[in-house]
Design a protein around this ligand. Structure first.
Ligand SMILES: *Cc1c(COP(=O)(O)O)cnc(C)c1O
Length: 240
């Protein structure tokens, strides 16, 4: 391990993140395989994505369809068997649903019936089945996407009826708070909401994932049950 930021490579940073994920899993009595690390490559160039793939990252997260399209086109399919998964983690406008369906393997940001229906229709046209998350706005922040908790049952029920979508769980971007301990209650609420929706019977058995936790709080998220953590700056460096 190299001391000091300047000489540190992406592979070094990945090794540190990996060790922290493993330790968090151990603390929580969970298997390492129960957590998927998403490398959030938004704003970073395709060279950084190549470096991440070489270091062993297999799932990439982008928050804009256009930016992902450019990177996927530049990467091509030059490494058979090594094609990464691409996850859309940012807000999706319904007029880009078709494009998103063509590019992505999972969508974390379904937040309305209208959007879900657009994605479902695009899946039907392209012969795809799309795993999706419902995004929940737990902090009630107007600046953030997602539905409030009390709208989750109706939206989840409707989405689980759509034939070409596989409703796999809930996603959230909690308020940014310096101390990850202050974020813990939000992660816990998302986990409880998942359990509540399962108990209500408005979702199917595939509904179990929690997409939560970013660079500064992914360990806390894992302790509270995250199955997908979305890590950008801790892996790729500062977005400047
Ligand atoms: C940018 C982003 C992340 C990654 O954030 P970092 O703090 O860089 O790890 C995670 N999730 C979403 C939805 C994002 O937009």
């Amino acid at each position: 391990m190299v001391a000091g930021g300047a000489m540190e490579t992406l592979a070094d940073r990945l090794a540190v993140i990996e060790a922290r994920i493993e330790a968090a899993c151990r603390r929580a009595g969970r298997a390492r395989e129960s957590v998927t690390l998403i490398g959030v490559s938004k704003t970073f160039p395709v060279e950084a994505v190549r470096e991440a793939l070489a270091a062993g990252i297999r799932v990439l997260g982008e928050n804009r369809v256009q930016e992902a399209a450019e990177k996927i086109a530049q990467l091509g399919h030059s490494e058979p068997g090594c094609r990464p998964e691409w996850h859309l983690i940012g807000h999706l406008q319904s007029n880009k649903a078709r494009w998103a369906v063509e590019l992505f393997d999972r969508i974390h940001s379904i937040d309305s019936v209208k959007l879900a229906e657009k994605v479902d229709a695009a899946c039907q046209e392209t012969g795809k089945r799309m795993p999706v998350f419902i995004e929940i706005n737990l902090g009630g922040e107007a600046s953030k996407a997602g539905v409030p908790e009390d709208e989750a049952p109706a939206l989840c029920h409707r989405v689980s009826e759509l034939e070409h979508l596989e409703l796999c769980g809930l996603m959230t971007v909690p308020p940014f708070l310096d101390d990850p301990e202050d974020v813990r209650p939000f992660f816990r609420r998302l986990s409880r909401l998942r359990d509540h929706l399962l108990a209500l019977g408005v979702v199917g058995p595939a509904f179990r994932d929690l997409s939560m936790g970013m660079s500064h709080d992914f360990e806390t998220a894992i302790e509270e049950g995250a199955t997908f953590v979305r890590v950008g700056t801790a892996l790729f460096g500062s977005r400047g």
